[in-house]
Design a protein around this ligand. Structure first.
Ligand code: PMV
Length: 333
């Protein structure tokens, strides 16, 4: 095989990975639990070139043309490919093309989908390194730990084993077990100015960080139980409390990281109101101002209608839980 195409989804953390125990190896300070998405995916095609060629890296535009990847994206891809090569025997030059099915610089994390797709395509192209342990390791070589979770569908914990921070991500439940929706509400479409990496490194400076580590063990256990029993009310309480705590840690880090905007809070308040009125809906956030509004399929149309009326909302991207990466039959070039 000399050409491969894959897609890999983004994911939204319900218990957040925030802080590292080993920054060099991208090992997390705590276990996280996420929901893999379905429509927000990164696509990659990799093709091997003659030994004398340099690597070629392209972005595939919406009209199907290949253009030079922007410098920041290019740098990230080059660095990830360099690291992937270092842990394999493969040095062959590559032609790489990528695109996303969701707005790329809209403040929605695309690193998890992009880097997991690149790791997966690299491993598949060279027919090696494809055990879950190896793939998880390859994905987080990118520096994006959450990329390890995107390799699996449904609800995913990472590390899979509580006693081993190096263990790969593990599926807790399939997408079919509980087909939740995630309505992504973009209130600020600009790319974030402070990377997650800086946030991870700064997290420990928050006076509340150690307390958070203590609370997380029970919180994760309760959330796992809520998911396995499809208990939305319990799920919502835990997910919102956790999302707010991520931002509490960020805001109280030294120097502080403040991501919220007025419309971020409008979404949170309105969703809480809807929940009090009996809808199965709750909010979570990434390290950014945009909201992920999670709900059951039956309540999704009503929630969507309400969110569309809110002031300060720039864009709404309806998504739902998904099954994980796929090998594609259609290439990007
Ligand atoms: O994987 P990173 O380094 O992009 O960090 C992800 C950080 C959060 O999105 C805030 C939480 C998470 O677990 O995805």
């Amino acid at each position: 095989m000399n050409k491969i195409s894959v897609s890999s989804p983004s994911n939204i953390a319900l218990i957040k990975y925030w802080g590292m125990s080993d920054a060099k190896r991208t090992l997390p300070a705590n276990r996280s639990l996420s929901m893999t998405l379905s429509r927000c995916v990164s696509l990659y095609t990799l093709e091997t070139l003659d030994d004398s060629s340099p690597d070629e890296i392209y972005w595939r535009a919406e009209d199907g043309t290949l253009e030079a990847a922007d410098p920041i994206m290019r740098l990230g891809i080059e660095q990830h490919v360099r690291r992937l090569r270092q842990c394999s025997d493969f040095r062959q030059p590559l032609r790489i093309a990528t695109t996303n099915t969701f707005p790329t610089s809209a403040g929605i994390a695309s690193s998890a989908s992009g880097y997991s797709a690149l790791a997966l395509a690299f491993a598949a192209l060279f027919g090696q390194l494809s055990s879950p342990d190896q793939l998880s390791g390859l994905a987080r070589l990118s520096g994006s730990g959450s990329a390890a979770r995107s390799l699996l569908g449904g609800f995913v914990t990472w590390p899979g084993d509580a006693d081993d921070p190096q263990s790969p991500a593990r599926q807790l439940a399939t997408a079919a077990h509980w087909p939740l929706h995630d309505i992504i509400v973009v209130v600020d479409g600009s790319a974030k100015t402070t990377s997650s990496r800086i946030g991870h490194l700064r997290a420990q400076s928050s006076p509340f960080y150690q307390r958070r580590q203590q609370l997380l063990v029970e919180r994760l256990r309760h959330l796992q139980h809520a998911i396995l029993t499809r208990d939305f009310s319990r799920f919502a309480d835990i997910v919102e409390c956790e999302a707010i705590e991520l931002h509490l840690i960020a805001m109280s880090s030294v120097p502080p990281l403040f991501y919220w905007q007025p419309a971020t809070l409008s979404v949170l308040y309105r969703v809480q109101q809807l929940r009090r009125n009996g809808l199965d809906v709750c909010t979570t956030f990434d390290a950014g101002p945009n909201a992920h509004v999670l709900c059951t399929p039956e309540h999704c149309p009503k929630v969507l209608a309400v969110l569309r009326e809110l002031d300060g909302v720039q864009q709404i991207i309806p998504d739902q839980i998904g099954e994980g990466p796929q090998v594609l039959t259609q290439a990007l070039f």
